[in-house]
Design a protein. Sequence first.
Length: 437
Amino acid sequence: MKPLNTQQLVGLRNLHTWLTWLASPFLLVVTLTGMLYALNPQIEWWQTSHLTSVQGKGTSLPLNALVEAGQSHMQPGYTLHSATIPANPHTQSQQLNWIPVENKTHAENRGEHAGHGGSGMRKSGRPAFVLPDNALIQYVNPHNGSVIGQMALADQFAQWSKHLHSRLLAGKALRWVSELAATALFWMLVTGVWLWALGPTVSQHKSRLKRWHIGMGLGFAAFTVVMTATGLTWSEYAGQQVRTLVKATGQSAPKIPDKLHSAESSAGQTLWGWNDALAKTRQLAGPVEILLIPPEPGHNYWLAIGSNPAEPTHRFDLALDASDGQILYRSTWANQTLFGKATAIGIPFHRGEFGLWNQLLLMAFGGFVLFALGSAWTLQFGRRRRNGVWFNPSAEALHRVLPKSFMAAWLMTSALLPLSLPLGGVVLLLDRIRRQG
């Protein structure tokens, strides 16, 4: 690529400045809430360790006894959705996940819309693997069957901080905030790298702060791409585009079919219970954390998954016939698509679920974003003091002076980042107002 001429250089600098101005409030909120979310393991331990940690030696009670103990202490109006069996049942409590009865009723009445709106049900009427926000978590001591306590899922810090980071606790109405921040950050990186690659060298800049601004941006460039990509995969607009592309390219993750055919149970036959289903799952999956979902009426099979996101290679999906324990469906890490494996690693990494090193990297990235914003504004105010202007002077409209290759890249990328188009439209409108004023 040939070096930028003066007008192109001024245009890209102005675009970079506009993106900083527009994105700063959103990036500041998303970065600070993300750094708070990265502290989830420590805060969650402080909040729930008295419920999740147990002391005791010897064997644990059978799972069915723990389920019965939980049922005897559960208030009316709830139905058992699933049990989360820890990898080490001797030092951790048994978790029973309850959902309000109306969740199931609403899901069944809505037919094909079941599973929308956080009902905790799939459109087939089967419980979803993801618990609804109004679920109630009950903790049972595996050694004596005593109920240690219970907590609403919505009251757990992990759930609260996730909604704070992704939608500012405002439901779907503000999901666009984090997506706009990620989109703007991506284009701030692109324009910054473009200026560095085709503009003056770092050593030619007189300001030490500007050299640090450029150097930090380049140093965290790959990390920025990873964080924006993993964040946008579950966003509202870009996420839908990604899901469409994944489906079109055959990269969708394998899923348990909605309709499975189990053996018909004969009169008087005893169906497989919690103990049998857990023993079979342990035999197939080993000592990992398991989410076990009991059969529903009309669905004569157990469902199980490896539910610890920090162990993506141990992920599995399993359906067991409740009549005889035969495997109706099974998928493991080896059955995942390339995209499925990438997201199974990338999303937990984005959330800081791989341990302290992961959290420290996320905190460093958050610090970088805050430094980038702070240094950018400092440089802008410095320019204002020296030259009396916020932007590099330019009599031409941005869309006329920006490199054609850059404009083409912006338009093509907008197919996957839909908020790029309105963001660009606002920039061009503000630039026109600036030039006319």
